[in-house]
Design a protein. Structure first.
Length: 146
């Protein structure tokens, strides 16, 4: 039973992060929120500028997706797994709360980065950026990936 539950949870995480979030009972894809109150929403050019300035990048997709491709140097903490994404884990990954943190996931249809941004701000991170376009836009622009 535990294996079936684990497989279902993994499949749900991949489904959510792949950008295929559907409203229940419909075939419409649901866009992520455009802004997060208190955070700066950025586009790829600004994300890359911050990347060149050694800002922290937080990838909130599943570990499997992160292992497949990611922004170089990013830290992976899957938002839906609270044993992985929690204040202690974030603080261990990003010890200096004054260094900018850019939060990203699987693009415009991935709902994970916006609530992650809210949590980081609640934990005292002063400069949190919501990179709504996420990894698909980064890759489309031909920017470095690992």
């Amino acid at each position: 039973m535990k294996i079936i539950t684990l497989i279902a949870a993994i499949a749900a995480g991949v489904f959510i992060c792949s950008g295929a979030v559907m409203a229940q009972g419909t075939t419409e894809e649901k866009l992520s929120v455009e802004t997060v109150e208190g955070a700066k929403t950025i586009v790829t050019d600004k994300a890359f500028d911050l990347f060149q300035k050694s800002a922290n990048f937080l990838d909130v997709r599943t570990k499997a997706m992160y292992n497949k491709t990611r922004i170089p140097g990013s830290v992976n903490l899957f938002y839906k797994d609270k044993e992985v994404f929690n204040e202690a884990a974030v603080t261990a990954a990003f010890t200096d709360k004054t260094v900018p943190v850019i939060v990203y996931c699987g693009g415009l249809y991935c709902p994970l980065s916006a609530p992650a941004v809210e949590e980081l701000m609640g934990w005292g991170y002063g400069e949190v950026y919501y990179y709504r376009e996420g990894l698909p836009a980064w890759e489309k622009d031909g920017l470095p990936i690992e």
